[in-house]
Design a binder for this molecule. Structure first.
Ligand code: GLC
Length: 442
């Protein structure tokens, strides 16, 4: 009997190691394809922190407010104007292919009816209901992939070591039994989410407080993939995820992973901050950051923070609508494309059609006049303005017959084709893109 059991355990272990090795060393392209094509996702931080408002979880952790007062916000969380269908339609209008909602932040307040403890919106707030189910349904009705953010950190759970910035409850290494209790709770909640919502994406956060061994990241990964082999996992699982998640600041060089996503706020806060944060980015700023991300083969996960009643602040809605107008006009240059040319060929972001015969040039800063492409070693068939289909003229400059260095391409962009935010050109090539990257003739 004992022997049987150990064989089963060994089998399980090798299965989970295989699953892991496969995705770590060589990300499974088929599994990742929808994510690579998606380009845009909408992140939603919704929780009791929208009541006062305060910063999500950090407000008490950093001792700006006591834990007790922070938690009192739950009594004011009504969700009384929550219209998930409206959220989904708004998300859809941006062109986003996926959305990620905070099922539980570091404060430990679950948005669904967890059976693992009592700290949830259905049990403790006047909203009195599971907020995830209708959200997930609305997304699926709109063909938007479902992402669930889940914080591994739970600063409110009595058996979680971390609490305030300068005090913790205990040391997990010194009390494995107590840590084990927390893990059982945490893994139990993850299982509930998998079972009830079958997410397309699990978006973990807070892994930095413990190691992969402590979280049992390999186990977490294996239960997700056993529940649904197609579910994608973000990187914040101490090395057991599928893609990188640089946060807020734009990476200057391309992240290492073949798949990555920049998560970014519309103002300076993840959750709703009302008058405490009015530093909103302009639609142009968001669009130019987004274009940069897709040019480098990444996605952008743009965050909004609804109010406690479920309404989306008008400044955030404005940004999403403007972004949507732009992505809809330029969708062929965005969705389903691949990363564009390396820097140096064009002063702006670029993308490519999957067969590399269409090159898209994103023109930052409302530039017009004669724009240049350097090192384009492919013959051009046509150049047009995306979304309005106006054809443009171009000239090849400095091509010497005996030299292998291609000429410079000057494209004339008249001021009247200028987009409200960012004009995009389509350069159709006779053959798949070839670039000259040498140092010039002698
Ligand atoms: C950070 C913060 C958290 C936020 C998250 C979003 O990890 O701890 O408050 O939810 O970033 O990426």
């Amino acid at each position: 009997m004992k022997r049987c059991l150990s064989i089963v355990i060994m089998l399980c272990l090798s299965l989970s190691q295989n699953i892991h090795a496969q995705s770590k060393d060589q990300p499974d392209k088929t599994r990742m394809q929808w994510f690579a094509d998606a380009k845009l996702g909408i992140f939603i931080h919704w929780g009791i922190y929208a009541v006062n408002p305060t910063s999500e979880s950090w407000a008490f952790h950093n001792k700006h407010i006591s834990h007790a007062n922070y938690m009192k916000q739950i009594n004011g969380f009504t969700a009384k104007n929550y219209k998930p269908e409206y959220w989904a339609a708004l998300i859809k209008s941006t062109g986003a292919r996926y959305a990620v909602l905070t099922s539980k932040h570091h404060d430990g307040v679950a948005l669904w009816d967890t059976k693992m403890n009592d700290l949830s919106i259905p049990k403790k707030s006047p909203a009195k209901r599971d907020l995830l189910t209708p959200f997930v349904k609305a997304l699926r009705d709109n063909n938007i992939k479902v992402g669930l953010y889940y914080s591994l950190i739970d600063w409110s759970y009595p058996d979680y070591p971390g609490f305030l910035k300068d005090s913790s409850r205990y040391n997990s290494a010194e009390d494995p039994i107590r840590w084990g209790k927390f893990l059982e709770f945490c893994h139990g909640q993850i299982k509930e989410l998998l079972k009830a919502y079958n997410p397309d994406l699990m978006w973990f956060d807070g892994d930095w407080e413990h190691s992969a061994g402590e979280w049992r990241s390999d186990y977490i990964r294996s239960i997700i993939l056993q529940s649904n082999p197609n579910t994608i996992i973000n990187s914040r699982l101490q090395g057991y995820g599928d893609y990188d998640t640089p946060e807020q600041n734009f990476p200057v060089t391309r992240p290492n992973s073949p798949y990555w996503e920049l998560c970014m706020t519309t103002n300076d806060s993840w959750g709703y901050q009302g008058k405490y944060d009015t530093n909103y980015k302009t639609p142009y700023e968001i669009i130019s950051i987004f274009a940069d991300a897709i040019s480098m083969g990444g996605n952008m996960l743009l965050d909004i923070g609804p109010k406690e009643d479920g309404t989306i602040p008008k400044e955030q809605e404005y940004i999403l609508r403007e972004l949507g107008n732009w992505t809809n006009k330029h969708s062929e240059a965005i969705f389903g494309t691949i990363a564009g040319m390396p820097q140096g060929h064009f002063y702006g972001p670029t993308t490519l059609s999957k067969d590399s015969t269409s090159l898209y040039l994103f023109i930052p800063g409302h530039a017009n006049g004669d724009l240049t492409i350097k090192g384009l070693d492919s013959e051009i068939k046509n150049i047009s303005v995306v979304g309005i289909n106006t054809s443009l003229t171009w000239k090849i400059v400095g091509k010497i017959s005996w030299s292998s260095v291609p000429g410079l391409v000057y494209i004339h962009v008249p001021a009247e084709v200028d987009d409200k935010y960012m004009t995009v050109l389509k350069v159709e090539l006779k053959k798949p893109l070839r670039l000259y990257v040498g140092k010039g003739g002698f």
